[in-house]
Write a protein that binds this ligand. Structure first.
Ligand SMILES: O=P(O)(O)OC[C@H]1O[C@H](OP(=O)(O)OP(=O)(O)O)[C@H](O)[C@@H]1O
Ligand SMILES: O=c1cc[nH]c(=O)[nH]1
Ligand SMILES: [Mg+2]
Length: 207
């Protein structure tokens, strides 16, 4: 599986703010928003563009736009903190929603919301979720997308753990990963170490 780790001093600084346990919710959300912009830059680096004529105050020149803006799919709750910035960065994007929460005992994702276009064939999809831990939530989301015909899927994450990366790679699905870091490991509660804690709770408070 293609994996892109965004390697940039500003991304590292924003990630540090998110990791820091002293960052309050507004600070955490603001860093996530800014980092999302950099992740989206990376996710669209090789996107196809189409050319058109644009008239400046001086002359006609070549303009560019994405040939196919992706469908953005935030995974609730934590992915909600990424979708505003992603759709500001790619204003032509449509947005679908998936909601799920891990069971604290089994660590399996429990889905509670699915709001997606019926037919995704031919449409690139960016799944937005800051955390890729066991990979269960991301693989379940991608199962839903593939069932609707998606063949070009990018998982846009902030912190990934090796088991999650492996689960995505072994899923057999057409997916690539863009992330700000691949951390060391998971702990006994399937939390990422060193990670940043619970990305949903840090933005919105405990469930
Ligand atoms: O790779 P996994 O082991 O499946 O873990 C990652 C999932 O856990 C978090 O969501 P959580 O279940 O905490 O829900 P929340 O966003 O509502 O807090 C995170 O945002 C991912 O969706
Ligand atoms: O470390 C983790 C693992 C799963 N979900 C989170 O929000 N954080
Ligand atoms: Mg959570």
């Amino acid at each position: 599986m293609e994996t892109h780790v965004v390697d940039h001093p500003l991304a590292a600084a924003l990630l540090t703010t998110m990791r820091d346990e002293r960052s309050d919710s507004p600070t955490f959300r603001s860093a996530l928003r800014e980092l999302t912009q950099m992740l989206i830059y990376e996710a669209t680096r090789d996107a196809q563009v189409e050319e058109f004529d644009v008239t400046t105050p001086v002359a006609v020149t070549t303009g560019y736009r994405l040939a196919q803006p992706p469908l953005l799919v935030p995974v609730l709750r934590a992915g909600l903190g990424m979708v505003d910035q992603a759709s500001l960065t790619i204003p032509q994007s449509r947005v679908g929603f998936v909601g799920m929460a891990r069971d604290e005992e089994t660590h399996q994702p429990v889905p509670y919301l699915e709001s997606l276009p019926a037919d995704l064939s031919g449409l690139p999809v960016f799944v937005l979720d800051p955390m890729l831990a066991t990979g269960g939530s991301m693989v379940h989301t991608i199962d839903l997308l593939v069932a609707r015909g998606a063949t070009d899927i990018t998982a846009v994450c902030v912190v990934a753990a090796p088991p999650g990366v492996e689960a995505l790679a072994n899923s057999g699905h057409p997916v690539r990963l863009v992330t700000a870091t691949v951390d060391e490991r998971l702990d006994e509660n399937a939390f990422i170490v060193p990670g940043l804690g619970d990305a949903g709770d840090r933005q919105f408070g405990p469930r």
